[in-house]
Structures are given as structure tokens and as C-alpha cells.
Design a protein around this ligand. Structure first.
Ligand code: AR6
Length: 174
């Protein structure tokens, strides 16, 4: 991580995040759904769905970028997290790949600030503590590659916020 780069966690609704890019926890169709995905599509407006229809979906672990349309964010980076199946279906590697691919796309588009939801921890049932450790450690490593200087993890409930703050605290220990 460069001297100026930082990660923090706040509670709130990701659609209101003040960042260059917000990350969507999408499904392989990229055509919308519930949770974060539903909230982002509602807030960005119908042009987002029209744009997503041209993308042809996205495999699990990969990421795609679109404009933010009506959002404050300039970009939306859509990624598809793994569905939790007990831990022996490459879930950890696939979730790590989501964070890596999102950060790579962000760099390519000159994104400086980015807001992440807790990918896969809702409908896809990935255990929160395990997902949080992967999110924070992977993004921490990716920050060393430059461009992104400000990472916000947006948490929807108190246990998620506590997990993120503990994990970020561990990384910041000398
Ligand atoms: N802002 C921030 N976090 C939120 C918000 C919000 N507005 N809404 C929910 N969360 P999920 P997944 C939290 O289910 O597990 C969709 O239908 C939520 O509490 O949104 O990756 C897609 O189309 C949880 O901690 O995403 C896929 O089919 C986290 O965000 C599927 O769900 C992720 O929950 C993806 O499932």
C-alpha cells in the first residue's frame, strides 16, 4: 500500500457512496437481482440494464465495468461472487479473484476511490468473517499496484462492520 492509500469501513447503503466507482455484487447474467444488485439498478436507472444487456454476462470471479448513469459514482464495476457450497468448491479462490479483477479494472480506468459491498455474503451465503478476511487482505495487496488510494467497505449491518474494522485493524498493525 502506498503511503497515501487507505482502507476504511462504514455502515450505509452503497448507492449513496461518494466514490469514483462502486462495486456491484451481481450474478452471471448481469441483468439485475435483489440485494446490492437491485439497489444499484434502481438507483442508476433503466439505462444501466440496457447497457448490461450488451455485455453478454460475466463468469463467476470476473468483473465488468459500466458507467454509473444516475449514480454519483462515475463507474459501476460489476463482479460475480461465488455461491457458498460448504468451502470445497474453490469459493475462497473465486472470491479473491473478484476483488483482484475489480481492482485491476479500477486501475485501468484511473479510479482513485472505490466502494465495495461485502460480495457473496448475502444471498450467496459466504460466511461473513471468512469473506471479510479475503476482501481486506486481497485489496490491501492490490493497493500496492497504484491508482486507487481510497477504499471504502460499505457494511449493511453491525456484525459486518465489526468484522471489517477488526480485519483492517489487523492489517494496520506494525
Ligand atoms: N448497500 C450495501 N450493502 C448491501 C446493500 C446495500 N444497498 N444491500 C445489501 N447489502 P447480496 P451476494 C449487503 O445478496 O451475496 C443478487 O440478487 C448484504 O447485507 O446483495 O453476492 C444478485 O443478483 C450482504 O452483506 O449479494 C445475485 O443473484 C452483501 O451486501 C446475488 O444477489 C451482499 O449481499 C448475489 O449475492
Amino acid at each position: 500500500m502506498t503511503a497515501a492509500a487507505m482502507m476504511r469501513a462504514e455502515s450505509g447503503d452503497i448507492v449513496r457512496a461518494d466514490a469514483d466507482a462502486i462495486v456491484n455484487a451481481a450474478n452471471e447474467t448481469l441483468l439485475g437481482g435483489g440485494g446490492v444488485d437491485g439497489a444499484i439498478h434502481r438507483a442508476a436507472g433503466p439505462d444501466l440494464l440496457a447497457h448490461c444487456r450488451t455485455l453478454g454476462g460475466c463468469p463467476t470471479g470476473e468483473a465488468r465495468i459500466t458507467p454509473g448513469f444516475r449514480l454519483r459514482a462515475r463507474h459501476i464495476i460489476h463482479t460475480v461472487g461465488p455461491v457458498w457450497q460448504g468451502g470445497n468448491a474453490r469459493e475462497d479462490a473465486l472470491l479473491q479473484s473478484c476483488y483482484r479483477n475489480v481492482m485491476a479494472l479500477a486501475r485501468r480506468h484511473g479510479v482513485r476511490s472505490i466502494a465495495f459491498p461485502a460480495i457473496s455474503t448475502g444471498v450467496y451465503r459466504f460466511p461473513v468473517d471468512r469473506a471479510t478476511a479475503i476482501a481486506v487482505s486481497t485489496v490491501h495487496v492490490e493497493l500496492a499496484q497504484g491508482s486507487v488510494t481510497d477504499v471504502l467497505f460499505v457494511c449493511f449491518n453491525a456484525p459486518a462492520l465489526a468484522a471489517y474494522r477488526a480485519e483492517i485493524g489487523r492489517i494496520n498493525l506494525p
